[in-house]
Structure formats: structure tokens, C-alpha cells
Design a protein around this ligand. Structure first.
Ligand code: GUN
Ligand code: ZN
Length: 433
């Protein structure tokens, strides 16, 4: 296939950064070159055009190209139960979540919903997710298969839950171990797929189940681990009563060898000092889920503490407790959560946390999260002035900060024109607004 030259305003973070506000790189008139599934060059348009005279030109010079977004925590079966009214975490799980997740035992249903889920991701500019399916292996296969069909980087793994969960949504330590290992061998590092050991959260896993998952974590050192941690005060009290022998919630996971790099803990709203310290020492990652934490009334994530302790943080939607698939809007809600605590979260830091910062936390920046040559051509084409209001709002300003902040506060999926995965457009907006 002929090389493609994408001309656009470009915005990315080429390296790991503690200071996204200064380490951002952008081009007012830039270009990337895509060859097959990878980016092979980036620079000023004039230079790139000279160096690649035969590449097919796609002119998006009025638009912004950014890396495909990375959602570090969301639930695929909860797509259909976004915005269910009125509960806090534990009741919400009982009342809405578990009944919905039962449907995914059915292969045909899981496959159909995997399609719906990926379309929602792409429409909103997300090209990689750390995704919770359900306890059923059918749901894992459905998601990995759909991702494989389009060469998308998918990170997921069977949810494990064997206690305090409805009977028809429960496994056992033996099933969790055998199925997780079978699915690791089937999917992990096959194409762009990556496996995540997924104990749902401490209350729904027995000691035996956590132990077998810890053994798999030590046996398969590069798999991900994903779970929930310290989201809600009642949940924390419950964990303390279920595991009185442990020194708090994080220590439950730690005792079983589940706290390490590539372990991604959703929420972490109410960590203790010891827990902050341990997260830093282990270089485990926090997925900050602002829309979800607001929706379920879980609390305000104190991002400043993560900075003080040097704990890697990413942003995530946590659909379906989260209320949008859109990571720009998710950053916008994160900004407000920080405002309520007199803490800062700049637009460039927001973009970093949903691109290169997430890629670095997940040890994937050689492959996603930026526009560097050698990475997969996962990127989005964005039209910040997509409607009358944003046209006026942005008529005199076009700095990256201002564009990103307007996207965070005013945009929705109408601002995403195209989403490319591995060198191919997987989503094209139909209408012009
Ligand atoms: N804790 C355990 N399961 C879940 C879930 O599905 N959503 C959220 N927000 N928290 C959880
Ligand atoms: Zn979650």
C-alpha cells in the first residue's frame, strides 16, 4: 500500500514527562507519514513533503491530529447501563450491574455488544482500553476477537469473582485459575492483544482466588492486573471486615502479589498514607475516574497526593458508572474535581494522562500514546470548531491549551472527525455540523 502523508496541526508528548505543560510538542502545519500500520515520520509539513514526495496526501490542515486516546479503566458490559439513577457503589452493583452482566454468558449477545462497545470508543477517539468484560470467558473472547479483526491494542481479561456475588455470576478459585491461564495462552501478546488478570475487587474474591491469581501474576510477569481499590467508604469498611488479618485494602492485594508495575487500580479515592507510599514504591498505577466518582458519590480523588508521592496516574471513564465514553470530557470533569480541592489539572496534563502518560504507566509508549516514528498509527483527527458555539469560542485562539480546554468543557463526539487504528480509519464522522 502507498504511504500516506497526513497534513494537520499536530499535538503530542514524545517522551515520558513530569511536566506536560513544557514538554508538549506541537506543529501548526505538521505532517505524519503512515506506512502500513505504523507511523514512519513526523515533522513540519514542508520538510516531510520534500522527503516523501510520492506519499498520498490527506489534507487535514484545518484540523488537529493527536494520538489515539487510552482509557485505562472501563467496563464493556456496562455500555447499555450508563446513567442508571440514584445509587452509591454497592447498591448500584446489586441493582443494575450484576443483572446486566449476566447477559454476557450468551456468545451471540457478547459479540454484538463488543461491536457496539468498540464503535462507542472510536466515535469518541479512544483506540486502546483496559477493559473489564464479565466473569464469562465468552465475553473475553468476544472482545479480543473484535479487536483482533481490526488490529487494535486491547487489554482485557476474565473478571474473577467467587464470593459475595450472585450465583449465576460466580466462578471458583479453580475455574478462575484455569480459565485465566487458558485465556493468557490464547490471547496475551497475540497480535496487539494483552491480557489483564482481573479480580473484580477484594469483596468478591476469596483468599483462595486471590492466591491463585497472584501465582499467575508471578508466573506471567508481563500480564496486566486490573481491579478496584478504595472507591467508596462503605466498600473500604467491608473489605476491612472481610480481611481483618490484613493491614488495609491495598494490603489485601499486596499480600497476594498483585501490587506491581502494570497493576492498574481503579479509583483510589480514599488511600491512607501507607497506601500512597506502597503504591509509589511498587510503581503501580491509579486510574482516576472523575465522572464515575462524581456519579456514584464516591469522593474527590486527590491528584496532588499522587504527584507528591510520585504514583503514576491515568484518567479513565469507568463506563458504566462513568457517564461518558469521551476522555476529553472526562478530563474536564477531572479538572472540576481538582478545582473543588484547590488543585491544578492543566489541559496539557489532561491530554498527557489520556495519551503518553497512560502509555508510559502501562509500559507501552514504544507502541502507543504518541506520534513517534515506529509506533502504531493509532491517531485521531479532531475539529475543535465543530459547531457554531465552538467556532465563536475559538475564533481568536488556537493554542493547544485553549483548544483542549474547549474540547473538555464544550465538546462531544461531534469534534472527532476520524479515528485511525493501525493505519486505517475505523471511524469517520458522517455529518458536518
Ligand atoms: N467495584 C467493583 N465492581 C465495580 C464496577 O463495576 N464499577 C465500579 N465503579 N466499581 C466497582
Ligand atoms: Zn470500574
Amino acid at each position: 500500500m502507498k504511504q500516506q502523508l497526513i497534513r494537520a496541526k499536530l499535538l503530542h508528548f514524545p517522551t515520558a514527562s513530569a511536566q506536560p505543560d513544557t514538554d508538549v510538542v506541537w506543529y501548526r502545519d505538521g505532517a505524519i507519514v503512515v506506512s502500513e500500520d505504523k507511523i514512519v515520520a513526523i515533522g513540519e509539513f514542508a520538510t516531510i513533503r520534500r522527503n516523501y514526495p510520492d506519499a498520498r496526501l490527506r489534507d487535514y490542515s484545518q484540523y488537529w491530529v493527536m494520538p489515539g486516546l487510552i482509557d485505562s479503566h472501563l467496563h464493556f458490559p456496562q455500555t447499555e447501563m450508563l446513567a442508571c439513577y440514584g445509587e452509591q457503589l454497592l447498591n448500584w452493583l446489586e441493582q443494575y450491574t450484576f443483572p446486566t452482566e449476566r447477559r454476557f454468558e450468551d456468545k451471540t449477545y457478547a459479540e454484538a455488544m463488543a461491536g457496539v462497545f468498540l464503535r462507542q470508543l472510536f466515535k469518541n477517539g479512544t483506540t486502546t482500553g483496559l477493559v473489564y468484560p464479565t466473569v464469562h470467558s465468552t465475553s473475553v473472547d468476544a472482545l479480543f476477537t473484535a479487536a483482533t479483526d481490526i488490529n487494535m491494542a486491547m487489554i482485557t481479561g476474565k473478571v474473577c469473582m467467587d464470593t459475595n456475588s450472585p450465583e449465576n455470576l460466580s466462578d471458583t478459585p479453580q475455574i478462575a485459575a484455569a480459565e485465566s491461564e487458558r485465556l493468557i495462552q490464547k490471547w496475551h501478546n497475540k497480535g496487539r492483544n494483552l491480557y489483564a488478570l482481573t479480580p473484580r475487587f477484594a469483596p468478591t474474591s476469596s483468599r483462595e482466588q486471590l492466591a491463585v491469581l497472584g501465582e499467575l501474576a508471578s508466573q506471567y510477569e508481563d500480564v496486566f492486573i486490573q481491579t478496584h481499590l478504595s472507591e467508596n467508604k462503605k466498600e473500604i469498611a467491608w473489605v476491612n471486615s472481610l480481611f481483618p488479618e490484613r493491614n488495609g485494602y491495598l494490603d489485601v492485594y499486596d499480600h497476594y502479589g498483585l501490587v506491581r508495575p502494570r497493576a492498574v487500580f481503579g479509583h483510589c479515592v480514599h488511600l491512607t498514607d501507607n497506601e500512597w507510599q506502597r503504591m509509589a514504591e511498587a510503581q503501580a498505577t491509579i486510574a482516576f475516574c472523575p465522572t464515575s466518582n462524581l456519579f456514584l458519590g464516591s469522593g474527590l480523588f486527590p491528584i496532588q497526593r499522587a504527584r507528591e508521592y510520585n504514583v503514576p496516574v491515568t484518567l479513565a471513564t469507568d463506563v458504566g458508572a462513568g457517564t461518558t465514553f469521551n476522555l476529553f470530557r472526562t478530563y474536564g470533569e477531572g479538572y472540576k474535581v481538582c478545582q473543588l480541592q484547590q488543585q491544578r489539572l492543566s489541559p496539557l496534563e489532561g491530554l498527557y494522562l489520556i495519551t503518553q502518560g497512560a502509555a508510559c504507566a502501562h509500559q507501552l509508549s514504544h507502541s502507543i500514546g504518541n506520534l513517534n516514528p515506529g509506533t502504531y498509527a493509532d491517531f485521531i483527527v479532531v475539529e475543535p470548531r465543530f459547531c457554531e458555539l465552538t467556532e465563536h469560542r475559538l475564533k481568536s485562539q488556537e493554542t493547544p491549551e485553549d483548544v483542549l480546554f474547549a474540547l473538555a468543557m464544550l465538546s462531544d463526539d461531534r469534534a472527532i472527525i476520524e479515528t485511525w487504528v493501525a493505519g486505517k480509519p475505523q471511524y469517520k464522522r458522517q455529518e458536518k455540523y
